[in-house]
Ligand binder design. Structure first.
Ligand code: GDP
Length: 433
């Protein structure tokens, strides 16, 4: 799991850098579902290597001149959990005491850290970057997040720390991550699957079990649960409970094939839930939504259906994700969730024969061809599924760049209609023929 954390005192431009790194990849889904853009983590890619970026500043809102305990703890968590750290300072303001405090903590880390001298829009300002040598963290890299100056060089450095794409372990056991906000019932589920109380589940948000990537055998199925909010540490500051849970969630998602996204039925689907689900989608993992604590809901015959509809609305285009209501407490439909997760795992591995694709989807395209672009007919000559671990379909065309989002959605829907892929995010790419 490649996790890059952006740390530094307030107002140095952490969130500008964050937005620059994740580009607009995340914003789109958000607009559709009307979610506020309070996202502090997102998916980024550079030279074919993908990673998750966390803007630590979003979780603890600290003051500009005191080093609060909560921030100290947050930096410690970031050091423990991330692959690479970006320590951002501001060349306009210059070196401050608070920068020194951050530096003191970060210097102890054995993880790769880049000292990023931000707001260096001009050569003259970039000269001021040298002032930060004093922090003893090596050469400052001058960048300007707002314009993107220097971020390419920075990213080259960052991704050089990531391991080469390991071949997908050919282990045939599904890797499942149980993800969700604190207190939705993740550890209760894990404990139930484990069939013994391996740890204490309490009402306090953020407390959970201590199991890492354990192999399970439940309901006659074999699978591995990748660790989510394991009790390696318990965040002391309230503000860090969510931050820590997010860091661990990101890692669990990256190491999994399928994510069981747990919601609390009594709270519905909130923006935090959507952010977590979107992250799994961006990572192209299989997804099953588990609406837990269903025992607490007063229901009639339509309640589940209505709930499902509401969730699908909030998810925007992701109607392919299965939704199952459960009660861990009353052991209701837990085996259904596991069955579905394993089914989704199989769906994700499915390969459609090229001949079938061209014949069946080709016919759909004939029936409704892409809209012409400035009088040019857009033709699709050939369709094939790429030989990678997650379904991506390549369409070879004379004007690949002029095929727009709505048409891609149309094609995706048709592929799903004919071939399934329930619970699996899908890629549709257009290429020059
Ligand atoms: P986590 O933070 O997501 O791991 O959540 P926990 O597993 O610690 O659960 C939080 C609280 O919700 C605990 O008090 C559980 O007993 C309770 N809980 C979990 N699942 C259910 C359920 O299906 N029904 C009800 N009523 N309570 C549940």
């Amino acid at each position: 799991a490649n996790l890059v954390a952006i740390v530094g005192r307030p107002n140095v431009g952490k969130s500008t850098l964050f937005n620059r790194l994740v580009e607009r990849r995340d914003a789109i889904m958000d607009n559709e579902s009307g979610v506020t853009r309070d996202r502090h983590y997102g998916q980024a890619e550079w030279t074919g290597k993908s990673f998750t970026v966390v803007d630590t500043g979003g979780y603890v809102v600290g003051s500009e001149d005191t080093f609060e305990e909560a921030i100290r703890e947050q930096v410690e968590i970031a050091i423990e959990e991330s692959t690479v750290l970006l320590f951002v300072v501001d060349v306009e303001t210059g070196l401050t005491d608070l920068d020194r405090e951050f530096g003191k903590l970060l210097r102890r880390s054995k993880k790769p850290i880049y000292l990023v001298a931000n707001k260096a829009d001009t050569g003259e300002k970039a000269m001021h970057a040298y002032e930060f040598y004093e922090l003893g963290m090596g050469e400052p890299m001058a960048i300007a997040s707002a314009s993107g100056f220097g971020t390419g060089d920075l990213l080259d450095e960052v991704v050089s720390n990531f391991p080469e794409d390991e071949d997908e372990e050919e282990e045939a056991i599904p890797r499942i991550a149980v993800i969700g906000r604190p207190n939705v019932g993740k550890s209760s589920l894990t404990n139930l699957l484990l069939n013994k109380e391996r740890s204490i589940v309490t009402d306090i948000a953020g407390t959970t079990r201590d199991a890492v990537d354990a192999k399970y055998n439940a309901f006659g199925k074999e699978f591995i649960l990748t660790d989510t909010a394991g009790l390696r540490r318990k965040a002391k500051a309230m503000e860090n409970v969510e931050f820590y849970s997010v860091m661990r969630t990101i890692k669990a998602i990256e190491r999994s094939d399928v994510c069981i996204a747990v919601l609390d039925a009594t709270r519905g689907i909130e923006s935090q839930d959507l952010s977590i689900i979107n992250l799994a989608i961006k990572n192209k993992k299989g997804i099953v939504i588990m609406v837990n604590k269903w025992d607490l809901i007063e229901k009639d015959t339509n309640t589940a259906r209505e709930f499902e509809k509401k969730i699908q609305e909030r998810l925007g285009g992701a109607a392919y994700i299965p939704i199952i209501t459960t009660s861990v407490l009353e052991k209701q439909r837990i085996s259904k969730v596991i069955d579905k997760a394993i089914e989704v795992y199989e769906n994700r591995k499915m390969k459609v024969m090229t001949s079938a694709l061209n014949e069946i989807i080709g016919r759909e395209i004939e029936r409704r061809p892409p809209p012409a672009h400035r009088g040019h007919h857009i033709k699709i000559k050939y369709i094939t599924q790429l030989p990678i671990h997650t379904p991506v379909f390549a369409f070879f065309s004379n004007y690949p760049r002029h095929v727009k989002g709505p048409y891609k959605s149309f094609i995706e829907n048709k592929i799903r209609e004919h071939f399934g892929f329930e619970g699996v995010p899908m890629g549709i790419v257009f290429k020059e023929k």
